[in-house]
Design a protein around this ligand. Sequence first.
Ligand code: ZEM
Length: 287
Amino acid sequence: MSSTIRDYASVRRAIASLLKQPEYDDGSAGPVLVRLAWHSAGTYDASTDTGGSNGAGMRYEAEGGDPANAGLQHARVFLEPVKAAHPWITYSDLWTLAGVEAIKQMGGPDIAWWPGRTDYVDDSKLPPRGRLPDAALGNDHLRAIFYRMGFNDQEIVALSGAHNLGRCHADRSGFDGAWVNNPTRFSNTYFKLMLEREWREKVLDNGVRQYVYYDEDAEEELMMLPTDLALISDKSFRPWVEVYARDKERFFGDFARVFGKLMELGIRRGEKGEVVNTDNLKGGYVS
Ligand code: ZEM
């Protein structure tokens, strides 16, 4: 039966062909797909081995309704036709692959990706809310969140470079605007602007505090989150911002490795690459 042939190249092509969305945001579904992949994985807690992309828990209200995930229903809706055309793929594989493929299509690096996640969810083991970062906070918070997943300072900076893509939406996070002029093209511009521009604090009408800079050439106001600018006020983070601002290849290489690691959090694989813990639980349940 053709439906049992797991043609991931076909899934990749289907994802690539839905990226162009003239009516949506900056004309691309890419950035919100990257955010879906990240939020699906970024709930991981290494100490209890819970959370992570396995299970695709965001399909359910407990996780999907977390205010941190506001707006990601758009990403899930974009992917429904791909799921319909490839019903054998799990949502957890589809969401992670969509992030990886979107980055590539937007000019970013090739990221290693392996299938095998399942959509098995144990309700009692859903990650609690509050595991994703809060952009209004600072360095201590960033470290608490990302160390919990098993990342170090360099990896936190590299991952943050995803903010080259997409924008903030006042009706989703409360923050508003894009980080760079060309937010559907993956690059290291975010790091350059962070260092080179004079950011000033702005309090939005909704009371949310962010940083802005008016770009005369583009006639556009660009933005940074408090957590973005926290990276340059920290003596351990800042050197990596400087490295990635001047060395795009280094950023692409490090980003590819660390995004790949993010997609694998909580997934344990056997000798042939098969996933051996299909329910996010220690010890594992093998389907
Ligand atoms: Zn983001 N992110 N993020 N991020 N993010 C937003 C948007 C996007 C933080 C955060 O609070 C926010 C990572 C890390 C962190 C993307 C990818 C990745 C928004 C705007 C906020 C508030 C949401 C909105 O209003 O729609 C914080 C505090 C982070 C800690 C470092 C990591 C890691 C990412 C991937 C590797 C992307 C692509 C977007 C743009 C989404 C879109 O819809 O355009």
